[in-house]
Design a protein around this ligand. Structure first.
Ligand code: ATP
Ligand code: MG
Length: 388
Protein backbone atom coordinates (compact mmCIF):
# COMPACT_ATOMS: atom_id res chain seq x y z
CA UNK A 1 0.00 0.00 0.00
CA UNK A 2 1.24 3.45 -0.81
CA UNK A 3 0.58 5.98 1.94
CA UNK A 4 0.27 9.71 1.45
CA UNK A 5 -0.84 12.61 3.63
CA UNK A 6 -3.83 14.67 2.59
CA UNK A 7 -3.39 18.14 4.03
CA UNK A 8 -6.49 20.37 4.04
CA UNK A 9 -6.19 24.05 4.56
CA UNK A 10 -8.59 26.40 6.18
CA UNK A 11 -8.76 30.14 5.90
CA UNK A 12 -6.49 30.33 2.84
CA UNK A 13 -9.64 29.24 0.98
CA UNK A 14 -11.07 32.69 1.48
CA UNK A 15 -8.19 34.39 -0.30
CA UNK A 16 -8.80 35.55 -3.83
CA UNK A 17 -5.98 36.46 -6.17
CA UNK A 18 -3.43 36.28 -3.34
CA UNK A 19 -4.09 32.61 -2.73
CA UNK A 20 -0.96 31.32 -4.50
CA UNK A 21 1.15 33.48 -2.18
CA UNK A 22 -0.39 31.87 0.90
CA UNK A 23 -0.21 28.41 -0.63
CA UNK A 24 3.47 28.78 -1.42
CA UNK A 25 4.17 29.93 2.13
CA UNK A 26 2.28 26.94 3.47
CA UNK A 27 4.26 24.57 1.24
CA UNK A 28 7.51 26.06 2.56
CA UNK A 29 6.34 25.74 6.17
CA UNK A 30 5.21 22.15 5.64
CA UNK A 31 8.57 21.29 4.08
CA UNK A 32 10.41 22.88 6.99
CA UNK A 33 8.24 21.09 9.56
CA UNK A 34 8.75 17.70 7.89
CA UNK A 35 12.50 18.31 7.80
CA UNK A 36 14.41 15.06 7.80
CA UNK A 37 11.22 13.02 7.24
CA UNK A 38 11.34 14.30 3.66
CA UNK A 39 8.35 13.85 1.36
CA UNK A 40 7.20 15.58 -1.80
CA UNK A 41 4.43 18.17 -1.63
CA UNK A 42 1.95 18.61 -4.47
CA UNK A 43 -0.68 21.35 -4.51
CA UNK A 44 -4.24 20.36 -5.37
CA UNK A 45 -7.50 22.27 -5.06
CA UNK A 46 -8.10 23.19 -1.42
CA UNK A 47 -5.48 20.76 -0.23
CA UNK A 48 -1.97 19.46 -0.57
CA UNK A 49 -0.76 15.93 -0.96
CA UNK A 50 2.48 14.77 0.61
CA UNK A 51 3.95 11.65 -0.96
CA UNK A 52 7.11 9.69 -0.26
CA UNK A 53 6.86 9.37 3.53
CA UNK A 54 7.47 5.87 4.82
CA UNK A 55 4.64 4.15 6.69
CA UNK A 56 6.67 4.07 9.90
CA UNK A 57 7.15 7.87 9.78
CA UNK A 58 3.50 8.72 9.11
CA UNK A 59 2.48 9.41 12.67
CA UNK A 60 5.55 11.56 13.35
CA UNK A 61 4.79 13.50 10.17
CA UNK A 62 1.15 14.02 11.23
CA UNK A 63 2.31 15.18 14.63
CA UNK A 64 4.62 17.78 13.09
CA UNK A 65 2.03 18.96 10.59
CA UNK A 66 -0.61 19.32 13.30
CA UNK A 67 1.47 22.24 14.58
CA UNK A 68 1.83 24.05 11.26
CA UNK A 69 -0.45 27.10 11.09
CA UNK A 70 -2.71 27.29 8.06
CA UNK A 71 -3.59 23.58 8.14
CA UNK A 72 -7.18 22.65 8.90
CA UNK A 73 -6.68 18.88 9.13
CA UNK A 74 -4.51 16.00 8.00
CA UNK A 75 -5.39 12.49 6.90
CA UNK A 76 -2.96 9.65 6.30
CA UNK A 77 -4.48 8.00 3.23
CA UNK A 78 -3.85 5.04 0.98
CA UNK A 79 -3.28 6.24 -2.58
CA UNK A 80 -4.21 3.76 -5.27
CA UNK A 81 -5.10 3.39 -8.90
CA UNK A 82 -8.80 4.26 -9.18
CA UNK A 83 -9.94 1.10 -10.99
CA UNK A 84 -12.97 -0.02 -8.97
CA UNK A 85 -11.65 -3.46 -7.93
CA UNK A 86 -8.54 -1.80 -6.70
CA UNK A 87 -10.50 0.76 -4.65
CA UNK A 88 -12.51 -2.04 -3.05
CA UNK A 89 -9.41 -4.09 -2.28
CA UNK A 90 -7.59 -1.19 -0.59
CA UNK A 91 -10.68 -0.12 1.34
CA UNK A 92 -11.01 -3.68 2.61
CA UNK A 93 -7.37 -3.79 3.66
CA UNK A 94 -7.78 -0.54 5.56
CA UNK A 95 -10.99 -1.76 7.17
CA UNK A 96 -9.26 -4.97 8.16
CA UNK A 97 -6.87 -2.96 10.32
CA UNK A 98 -9.79 -1.33 12.15
CA UNK A 99 -12.25 -4.12 12.85
CA UNK A 100 -11.54 -5.98 16.04
CA UNK A 101 -12.37 -9.70 16.11
CA UNK A 102 -15.51 -10.46 18.04
CA UNK A 103 -16.67 -6.83 18.14
CA UNK A 104 -19.51 -5.08 16.34
CA UNK A 105 -18.69 -1.84 14.52
CA UNK A 106 -20.83 0.78 12.87
CA UNK A 107 -19.54 2.49 9.76
CA UNK A 108 -20.41 4.84 6.95
CA UNK A 109 -18.76 5.47 3.59
CA UNK A 110 -18.03 9.11 2.77
CA UNK A 111 -17.35 9.36 -0.94
CA UNK A 112 -16.28 12.31 -3.03
CA UNK A 113 -15.69 12.29 -6.75
CA UNK A 114 -13.65 15.20 -8.05
CA UNK A 115 -12.96 13.34 -11.27
CA UNK A 116 -16.37 13.78 -12.91
CA UNK A 117 -15.45 11.31 -15.65
CA UNK A 118 -15.36 8.45 -13.14
CA UNK A 119 -17.93 5.80 -13.94
CA UNK A 120 -20.09 6.20 -10.81
CA UNK A 121 -21.00 9.29 -8.83
CA UNK A 122 -20.33 9.92 -5.14
CA UNK A 123 -23.63 8.48 -4.02
CA UNK A 124 -23.00 5.34 -6.07
CA UNK A 125 -19.52 4.92 -4.64
CA UNK A 126 -20.93 5.18 -1.12
CA UNK A 127 -23.63 2.61 -1.79
CA UNK A 128 -21.46 0.10 -3.68
CA UNK A 129 -18.49 0.31 -1.37
CA UNK A 130 -20.81 -0.02 1.61
CA UNK A 131 -22.18 -3.28 0.16
CA UNK A 132 -18.69 -4.61 -0.51
CA UNK A 133 -17.62 -3.94 3.08
CA UNK A 134 -20.77 -5.51 4.56
CA UNK A 135 -20.13 -8.65 2.50
CA UNK A 136 -16.54 -8.96 3.67
CA UNK A 137 -16.96 -7.99 7.31
CA UNK A 138 -20.03 -9.55 8.98
CA UNK A 139 -19.39 -7.61 12.20
CA UNK A 140 -20.08 -4.29 10.43
CA UNK A 141 -23.37 -2.47 10.25
CA UNK A 142 -24.19 0.88 8.68
CA UNK A 143 -24.93 3.91 10.85
CA UNK A 144 -25.50 7.04 8.81
CA UNK A 145 -25.68 9.38 11.79
CA UNK A 146 -23.02 8.39 14.30
CA UNK A 147 -20.68 5.93 12.60
CA UNK A 148 -17.78 4.62 14.64
CA UNK A 149 -15.69 4.11 11.49
CA UNK A 150 -15.74 6.70 8.74
CA UNK A 151 -14.47 5.13 5.54
CA UNK A 152 -13.60 8.02 3.26
CA UNK A 153 -12.89 7.72 -0.46
CA UNK A 154 -11.89 10.52 -2.75
CA UNK A 155 -11.62 9.94 -6.47
CA UNK A 156 -9.23 12.47 -7.96
CA UNK A 157 -6.15 11.86 -10.14
CA UNK A 158 -5.98 8.64 -8.10
CA UNK A 159 -8.16 7.14 -5.39
CA UNK A 160 -7.45 8.21 -1.82
CA UNK A 161 -8.85 6.05 0.95
CA UNK A 162 -8.64 6.89 4.64
CA UNK A 163 -10.37 6.62 7.99
CA UNK A 164 -8.79 9.30 10.17
CA UNK A 165 -8.76 13.07 10.18
CA UNK A 166 -6.32 14.75 12.55
CA UNK A 167 -7.16 18.35 13.46
CA UNK A 168 -4.61 20.97 12.43
CA UNK A 169 -3.73 24.21 14.23
CA UNK A 170 -5.79 26.34 11.77
CA UNK A 171 -4.84 30.01 11.37
CA UNK A 172 -2.68 31.48 8.61
CA UNK A 173 0.76 30.30 7.44
CA UNK A 174 3.45 31.81 9.64
CA UNK A 175 5.32 34.57 7.85
CA UNK A 176 2.50 35.66 5.56
CA UNK A 177 1.48 38.56 7.82
CA UNK A 178 4.94 40.05 8.37
CA UNK A 179 7.10 39.99 11.46
CA UNK A 180 6.69 41.14 15.07
CA UNK A 181 8.79 41.10 18.24
CA UNK A 182 7.46 39.10 21.18
CA UNK A 183 8.46 40.34 24.63
CA UNK A 184 9.02 36.96 26.16
CA UNK A 185 9.27 36.56 29.93
CA UNK A 186 9.47 33.20 31.65
CA UNK A 187 5.79 33.37 32.61
CA UNK A 188 2.64 31.63 31.42
CA UNK A 189 1.22 34.45 29.33
CA UNK A 190 3.80 35.66 26.85
CA UNK A 191 4.47 32.28 25.14
CA UNK A 192 0.71 31.97 24.57
CA UNK A 193 0.59 35.52 23.19
CA UNK A 194 3.39 34.64 20.75
CA UNK A 195 1.58 31.47 19.69
CA UNK A 196 -1.64 33.39 19.02
CA UNK A 197 0.00 36.02 16.85
CA UNK A 198 2.07 33.47 14.92
CA UNK A 199 -1.23 31.73 14.26
CA UNK A 200 -2.38 34.88 12.49
CA UNK A 201 0.60 34.59 10.17
CA UNK A 202 3.25 36.66 11.92
CA UNK A 203 6.79 35.38 12.06
CA UNK A 204 8.35 36.09 15.44
CA UNK A 205 11.50 37.34 16.96
CA UNK A 206 11.66 37.19 20.77
CA UNK A 207 13.19 39.68 23.19
CA UNK A 208 13.94 38.64 26.75
CA UNK A 209 15.30 40.87 29.53
CA UNK A 210 17.33 39.26 32.28
CA UNK A 211 18.97 40.66 35.37
CA UNK A 212 21.91 38.46 36.13
CA UNK A 213 22.89 37.76 38.96
CA UNK A 214 19.43 38.54 40.38
CA UNK A 215 17.99 36.13 37.87
CA UNK A 216 19.77 32.82 37.40
CA UNK A 217 21.23 30.88 34.52
CA UNK A 218 18.34 28.46 34.91
CA UNK A 219 15.79 31.25 34.43
CA UNK A 220 17.51 31.98 31.14
CA UNK A 221 17.53 28.33 30.08
CA UNK A 222 13.81 28.29 30.76
CA UNK A 223 13.25 31.16 28.34
CA UNK A 224 15.35 29.40 25.70
CA UNK A 225 13.20 26.30 26.18
CA UNK A 226 9.98 28.33 25.97
CA UNK A 227 11.23 29.85 22.73
CA UNK A 228 11.92 26.38 21.40
CA UNK A 229 8.41 25.24 22.33
CA UNK A 230 6.81 28.23 20.60
CA UNK A 231 9.05 27.64 17.56
CA UNK A 232 7.49 24.18 17.13
CA UNK A 233 4.50 26.16 15.81
CA UNK A 234 5.99 29.48 14.74
CA UNK A 235 9.11 28.22 12.97
CA UNK A 236 12.55 29.67 13.52
CA UNK A 237 12.73 32.39 16.19
CA UNK A 238 15.65 34.73 16.71
CA UNK A 239 15.86 35.21 20.47
CA UNK A 240 17.50 38.38 21.79
CA UNK A 241 18.73 38.20 25.38
CA UNK A 242 19.08 41.70 26.76
CA UNK A 243 21.10 42.35 29.94
CA UNK A 244 18.84 44.54 32.04
CA UNK A 245 20.56 44.65 35.44
CA UNK A 246 22.10 48.12 35.17
CA UNK A 247 18.89 49.73 34.02
CA UNK A 248 16.88 47.93 36.65
CA UNK A 249 19.27 48.83 39.47
CA UNK A 250 19.25 52.45 38.37
CA UNK A 251 15.46 52.58 38.30
CA UNK A 252 15.45 50.96 41.74
CA UNK A 253 17.93 53.45 43.19
CA UNK A 254 16.83 56.69 41.55
CA UNK A 255 13.11 56.56 40.85
CA UNK A 256 10.03 56.56 43.11
CA UNK A 257 9.43 52.97 44.30
CA UNK A 258 5.78 52.94 43.24
CA UNK A 259 6.84 53.74 39.65
CA UNK A 260 9.56 51.14 39.25
CA UNK A 261 7.50 48.47 37.50
CA UNK A 262 5.91 50.80 35.00
CA UNK A 263 9.23 52.52 34.27
CA UNK A 264 10.81 49.16 33.70
CA UNK A 265 7.98 48.24 31.31
CA UNK A 266 8.46 51.47 29.34
CA UNK A 267 12.20 50.93 28.99
CA UNK A 268 11.70 47.31 27.96
CA UNK A 269 9.30 48.45 25.26
CA UNK A 270 11.77 51.06 23.99
CA UNK A 271 14.62 48.56 23.75
CA UNK A 272 12.37 45.92 22.17
CA UNK A 273 11.19 48.46 19.62
CA UNK A 274 14.74 49.24 18.56
CA UNK A 275 15.64 45.57 18.24
CA UNK A 276 12.37 44.98 16.35
CA UNK A 277 13.11 47.77 13.89
CA UNK A 278 16.60 46.43 13.21
CA UNK A 279 15.06 43.01 12.45
CA UNK A 280 12.35 44.27 10.12
CA UNK A 281 9.61 43.66 12.69
CA UNK A 282 6.71 46.11 12.59
CA UNK A 283 4.91 45.50 15.88
CA UNK A 284 5.48 44.40 19.48
CA UNK A 285 3.61 41.57 21.20
CA UNK A 286 3.11 41.20 24.95
CA UNK A 287 1.23 38.76 27.17
CA UNK A 288 -0.68 41.45 29.03
CA UNK A 289 -4.29 40.97 30.04
CA UNK A 290 -6.44 43.86 31.22
CA UNK A 291 -6.43 44.29 34.98
CA UNK A 292 -4.29 41.21 35.73
CA UNK A 293 -1.70 43.18 37.74
CA UNK A 294 -0.96 46.85 38.52
CA UNK A 295 1.04 47.31 35.33
CA UNK A 296 -1.89 46.03 33.27
CA UNK A 297 -4.61 48.51 34.23
CA UNK A 298 -5.86 50.64 31.37
CA UNK A 299 -3.93 53.65 32.71
CA UNK A 300 -0.72 51.60 32.89
CA UNK A 301 -1.17 50.21 29.39
CA UNK A 302 -1.68 53.72 28.02
CA UNK A 303 1.51 54.90 29.73
CA UNK A 304 3.40 51.84 28.44
CA UNK A 305 2.15 52.31 24.88
CA UNK A 306 3.24 55.91 24.95
CA UNK A 307 6.88 54.82 25.22
CA UNK A 308 6.88 53.43 21.68
CA UNK A 309 5.46 54.26 18.29
CA UNK A 310 5.06 50.72 17.00
CA UNK A 311 1.66 49.10 17.48
CA UNK A 312 1.56 46.80 20.51
CA UNK A 313 -0.42 43.58 20.05
CA UNK A 314 -1.88 42.09 23.22
CA UNK A 315 -3.83 39.05 22.06
CA UNK A 316 -4.62 38.03 25.65
CA UNK A 317 -6.11 41.37 26.64
CA UNK A 318 -9.62 39.98 27.15
CA UNK A 319 -8.74 36.54 28.52
CA UNK A 320 -8.96 35.28 32.11
CA UNK A 321 -5.89 33.74 33.66
CA UNK A 322 -7.75 30.42 33.73
CA UNK A 323 -8.33 30.51 29.98
CA UNK A 324 -4.73 31.51 29.31
CA UNK A 325 -3.53 28.65 31.51
CA UNK A 326 -5.72 26.21 29.59
CA UNK A 327 -4.23 27.44 26.31
CA UNK A 328 -0.70 27.14 27.72
CA UNK A 329 -1.43 23.51 28.66
CA UNK A 330 -2.85 22.87 25.22
CA UNK A 331 0.14 24.17 23.32
CA UNK A 332 2.59 22.54 25.73
CA UNK A 333 4.28 25.56 27.32
CA UNK A 334 2.62 25.44 30.74
CA UNK A 335 4.91 22.92 32.46
CA UNK A 336 8.00 24.92 31.50
CA UNK A 337 6.39 28.27 32.38
CA UNK A 338 5.68 27.19 35.96
CA UNK A 339 9.25 26.11 36.72
CA UNK A 340 10.00 28.24 39.77
CA UNK A 341 12.83 30.41 38.45
CA UNK A 342 12.59 34.11 39.16
CA UNK A 343 11.94 36.68 36.45
CA UNK A 344 13.46 40.15 36.54
CA UNK A 345 9.99 41.66 37.08
CA UNK A 346 9.37 39.59 40.18
CA UNK A 347 12.77 40.25 41.74
CA UNK A 348 12.31 44.01 41.81
CA UNK A 349 8.59 44.21 42.35
CA UNK A 350 7.58 47.20 44.55
CA UNK A 351 5.25 46.75 47.54
CA UNK A 352 2.76 49.37 46.40
CA UNK A 353 2.95 49.81 42.63
CA UNK A 354 0.98 52.66 41.14
CA UNK A 355 -2.18 51.42 39.43
CA UNK A 356 -3.13 54.75 37.84
CA UNK A 357 0.19 56.13 36.63
CA UNK A 358 0.24 59.68 35.30
CA UNK A 359 2.15 59.93 32.05
CA UNK A 360 3.79 63.29 32.83
CA UNK A 361 5.14 61.93 36.16
CA UNK A 362 6.65 58.94 34.43
CA UNK A 363 8.21 61.01 31.68
CA UNK A 364 9.70 63.30 34.37
CA UNK A 365 11.14 60.33 36.31
CA UNK A 366 12.59 58.92 33.13
CA UNK A 367 14.14 62.27 32.15
CA UNK A 368 15.76 62.71 35.56
CA UNK A 369 18.21 59.92 34.77
CA UNK A 370 20.20 59.34 31.61
CA UNK A 371 18.74 56.05 30.47
CA UNK A 372 19.60 56.48 26.83
CA UNK A 373 23.28 55.60 27.23
CA UNK A 374 22.30 52.60 29.31
CA UNK A 375 19.83 51.45 26.68
CA UNK A 376 22.53 51.73 24.00
CA UNK A 377 24.83 49.61 26.13
CA UNK A 378 22.15 47.00 26.82
CA UNK A 379 21.49 46.68 23.09
CA UNK A 380 25.21 46.49 22.31
CA UNK A 381 25.61 43.69 24.87
CA UNK A 382 22.54 41.79 23.70
CA UNK A 383 23.12 38.18 22.78
CA UNK A 384 21.38 36.49 19.86
CA UNK A 385 20.34 32.85 19.72
CA UNK A 386 18.63 31.32 16.70
CA UNK A 387 16.12 28.71 17.82
CA UNK A 388 14.00 26.10 16.04
P1 ATP B 1 3.96 36.56 31.72
O1 ATP B 1 3.22 35.40 32.26
O2 ATP B 1 4.03 36.57 30.23
O3 ATP B 1 5.30 36.71 32.38
P2 ATP B 1 2.84 38.37 33.55
O4 ATP B 1 1.43 38.16 33.84
O5 ATP B 1 3.85 37.86 34.50
O6 ATP B 1 3.12 37.83 32.10
P3 ATP B 1 4.15 40.96 33.62
O7 ATP B 1 5.26 40.40 34.38
O8 ATP B 1 3.50 42.23 34.03
O9 ATP B 1 2.95 39.93 33.39
O10 ATP B 1 4.61 41.15 32.15
C1 ATP B 1 3.73 41.58 31.17
C2 ATP B 1 4.34 41.32 29.82
O11 ATP B 1 5.58 42.02 29.71
C3 ATP B 1 4.71 39.88 29.60
O12 ATP B 1 3.62 39.12 29.14
C4 ATP B 1 5.80 40.00 28.59
O13 ATP B 1 5.26 40.19 27.31
C5 ATP B 1 6.52 41.26 29.02
N1 ATP B 1 7.64 40.94 29.94
C6 ATP B 1 7.64 40.89 31.28
N2 ATP B 1 8.84 40.55 31.76
C7 ATP B 1 9.65 40.38 30.71
C8 ATP B 1 11.03 40.00 30.53
N3 ATP B 1 11.82 39.73 31.54
N4 ATP B 1 11.49 39.94 29.26
C9 ATP B 1 10.70 40.20 28.21
N5 ATP B 1 9.41 40.54 28.31
C10 ATP B 1 8.88 40.63 29.53
MG1 MG C 1 5.95 37.81 34.09
Amino acid sequence: MEWVLLVRYGEIHLKGLNRPYFERALVDNIRRALGSLGGKITRGTGRMIVTGIGESDLSAACDRLSRVFGIHSISPAVAADKAWDNVVRHAAELMNKLVVDGQEHSFKVFARRSDKTYFINSEGIGRELGHEMLERFPSLHVDLHKPEIKLCVEIRDRAYIYCTEIPGSKGMPTGTAGRAALLLSGGIDSPVAGYMMAKRGLSLIAVHFYSYPYTSERARDKVVELTRLVSCYAGEIRLFLVPFTDIQMTIYEKCPPKETTILMRRLMMKIAERIAASEGAMALITGESLGQVASQTLESLVVTDNAVSMPVFRPLIGFDKEDITAMARNIGTFETSILPYEDCCTVFVPKHPVTKPVLSDLIASEASTDFSGMMDKAIADTELMVIG
